[in-house]
Design a binder for this molecule. Structure first.
Ligand code: BDR
Ligand code: CA
Length: 310
């Protein structure tokens, strides 16, 4: 039987791929998707996420959430995701969609209540929506089965020397989520940077001859230029990792650790401080930290998903 899933995204090219992937996996039933400010503005991420319904020929309810981090000014990543969040590729919305006006945190809570103990929350964005949901509904963490997060780095960041984008964008929200008491699976850069598409695989996506393949090929041109300039061997598929972990944990290596977020440091804000390599003396192991993956198989599954779409 498929497990019930809620996704929280800042679509975002790799969020788009993660939604497509989750949509195609028969082990997952997406019950709702919430959009937040992050890679791009809330307006863009809400619209881009709804556009995924057209590409996937699906009708998932999509809800808008926070348009800015809890206490900080919004940071976006147009240098990777383009001005519109999808590599500046134009996307169309479904013709006959129902636009949801309920706010993200209320919709998530209602869904968690209905599926108490079963709902898996996959968060591939700054954790603002989730922190607001937990502040408004203190019983929500206890209702969730697992929170799977793309975020953080045990070593170097990708936005500052210390911090990864999703955590850097809203460290206070991230800290609230890490301390919430729910079961957390964290996919930091340690693993997500290992799961990358090669340049020749971009061409393969185009050769599938479907709209989804063309969309992923076209939208990934900008991130590929970015990654290439940085000396990376391919385009990192960060946000697909928690989706794949949920369905195929056997493809990953993970370790329990204490994870806390630096919220005060002038140069270290957004750092996910883990006790994996230290004296391991954090009092509580509050997350399962994913550190390695069978990257080839992960990429094969991602390509297969894109190929199977309209
Ligand atoms: C994360 O930030 C965004 O650029 C990606 O969508 C991913 O969620 C990687 O640091
Ligand atoms: Ca994202």
């Amino acid at each position: 039987m498929a497990v019930p899933v809620w996704m929280d995204v800042d679509t975002g090219i790799d969020d788009a791929v993660a939604v497509m992937l989750a949509h195609t996996l028969k082990e997952i039933e997406i019950l709702g998707i919430s959009a937040v400010c992050g890679n791009t503005s809330l307006k863009n991420s809400f619209q881009n996420t709804r556009a995924m319904n057209r590409l996937c020929n699906s009708a998932y309810p999509v809800y808008a959430g926070a348009e800015k981090p809890l206490f900080r000014k919004p940071v976006h990543a147009a240098y990777v995701h383009g001005e519109n969040g999808l590599g500046d590729v134009e996307v169309k919305l479904p013709e006959d969609e129902t636009i949801r006006t309920e706010v993200a945190w209320d919709a998530l809570y209602a869904c968690a209540k209905e599926h108490e103990g079963e709902l898996r929350l996959i968060a591939t964005a700054p954790l603002t929506n989730i922190a607001i949901a937990f502040a408004k509904y203190p019983d929500l963490p206890g209702m969730l089965n697992t929170i799977l997060i793309m975020g953080g780095a045990t070593t170097e960041g990708n936005t500052t020397p210390c911090a990864e984008f999703n955590i850097y964008a809203d460290p206070e929200a991230a800290q609230a989520v890490f301390l919430c008491g729910a079961k957390i699976v964290l996919c930091p850069l340690d693993v997500t940077e290992k799961v990358y598409l090669l340049e020749e695989e971009l061409e393969e996506l185009k050769s599938f001859g479907n709209e989804a393949g063309r969309f992923v090929h076209d939208s990934l041109q900008k991130p590929w230029a970015f990654h290439k300039k940085k000396g990376h061997p391919g385009i990192q598929m960060h946000d697909s990792c928690p989706v794949l972990y949920l369905v195929h944990p056997e493809l990953f290596k993970a370790e329990e650790a204490g994870v806390y977020v630096e919220t005060k440091g002038s140069v270290t804000a957004g750092k996910t401080v883990t006790d994996l390599y230290s004296d391991k003396q954090f009092e509580k192991k509050n997350a399962l930290v994913v550190l390695d993956a069978d990257s080839k198989e992960c990429i094969r599954l991602i390509k297969e998903a894109v190929k199977s779409l309209p």
